[in-house]
Design a protein around this ligand. Structure first.
Ligand code: PMP
Length: 352
């Protein structure tokens, strides 16, 4: 066959999913805690015989539940198979002008992969030396759209709501996507601006704060016209996206606000301890508003060395071989016990 039949792409590389019984997995920002007992009950109640039927075409019950939870009309909600699916659909639907899509140079690396896949021009904007995002970089430049993760990944740093509003307000002709995958752990959401700005899309996921990465549920909230454009693209590819069990699980999860808040508080408490202990060991830890920290080891070792050493003990963190962040490790906040085991290995390695 001729080579030119095929697309050549550099795909997104997800964190590895090793399968050792004794492993400590701090590499893909999953929750270390199980989902709500209400989710477990819902999955036990699920009648597998119903799988002969297609799921509801617009993710009906889950869309309704999310609309009610966030106080929006159902026409403002779009649900997909994880926020990756939601973001990929938004990229196809909203960035077609030929003008460059703006996003930070260091951010969720899937943005660049989708841009290439869908032939979207890109302009990557450098971060400040302290890894923060300067809103001014996004206010005076012609563009065909803007994507910002808040808090940003893998830096873990959150942006002020007012700064984000400045970006949305100054770009009325293009769609501004705020990816709030980690916002529940300490960022300020801009959901409250959806009614005010018709160019804003806020993307959320069940994968982190709802302990449901395996259920693959993500959604976005925007004005009904934008949601309509996104739905048209989805319905041009695959109209039945979320499966029946995940729809029921998704509804059950948002009915347990107390458990949700409790798990977030646990992660935030462990993050505080992890940050202070790493700092004490000589790491430079960026101020995290997420369920992970981004840290540079002390001078005596490199991030790659720490990574390799931990892997030998079946402890997995994330190391990106990307210029500018090659000496940092992204460490997901695990349970206190997991974090203590990881820290004791690091301590041994540093001879402390
Ligand atoms: N956005 C950001 C910033 C992320 O880090 C991730 C997790 N890899 C996602 C979106 C996608 O998560 P999911 O598809 O599990 O919702």
């Amino acid at each position: 066959m001729r080579e030119d039949n095929f697309r050549k792409l550099a795909p997104y590389v997800p964190g590895i999913q090793p399968r050792f019984a004794d492993m400590i997995k701090l590499n893909t920002n999953e929750s270390p805690y199980p989902p709500s007992p209400k989710v477990i009950e819902a999955s036990e109640r699920f009648n597998a015989a119903d799988l002969r039927l297609y799921p509801s075409v617009d993710v009906g019950p889950l869309r309704d539940a999310l609309a009610e939870y966030h106080g929006f009309d159902r026409a403002c909600v779009f649900v997909g198979v994880g926020s990756d699916d939601v973001l990929a659909t938004i990229f196809q639907a909203c960035f077609n002008s030929g003008r460059p899509l703006l996003f930070p140079e260091i951010t969720y690396s899937f943005y660049e992969v989708w841009a290439r896949l869908y032939n979207i021009n890109v302009k990557k904007i450098p971060l400040r030396p302290d890894f923060t995002i300067d809103a001014d970089d996004y206010t005076g430049m012609e563009n065909g759209g803007i994507v910002i993760a808040n808090p940003n990944a893998p830096t873990s740093i959150a942006m002020d709501k007012g700064e984000i509003e400045r970006i949305i307000k100054n770009n009325p002709d293009s769609v501004v996507v705020i990816d709030e995958a980690y916002v529940d752990f300490g960022g300020e959401s801009v959901l409250g601006y959806v009614d005010k700005y018709d160019n804003l899309i806020v993307v959320r996921t069940y994968s982190k704060s709802r302990s449901l990465a395996g259920a693959r549920i993500g959604y976005c909230i925007a004005n009904p016209d934008l949601i309509g454009v996104i739905e048209t693209v989805r319905n041009s590819i695959n109209s039945y996206t979320n499966n029946r069990p995940s729809i029921e699980i998704g509804v059950a999860s948002i009915k347990d606000e107390e458990y949700f808040r409790e798990m977030i508080a646990k992660v935030v408490a462990t993050r505080k301890r992890l940050t202070s202990e790493l700092t004490e060991l000589g790491f430079h830890v960026l101020p995290s508003s997420a369920n992970f920290v981004f840290a540079e080891p002390p001078k005596s070792v490199t991030a790659a060395e720490v990574y390799d050493n931990l892997v030998k003990k079946h402890i997995y963190v994330r190391h990106f071989n990307i210029p500018g962040i090659e000496n940092y490790l992204r460490i997901t906040v695990g349970t206190d016990v997991q974090v203590d085991i990881m820290l004791s290995e690091v301590r041994k390695m540093l001879g402390k």
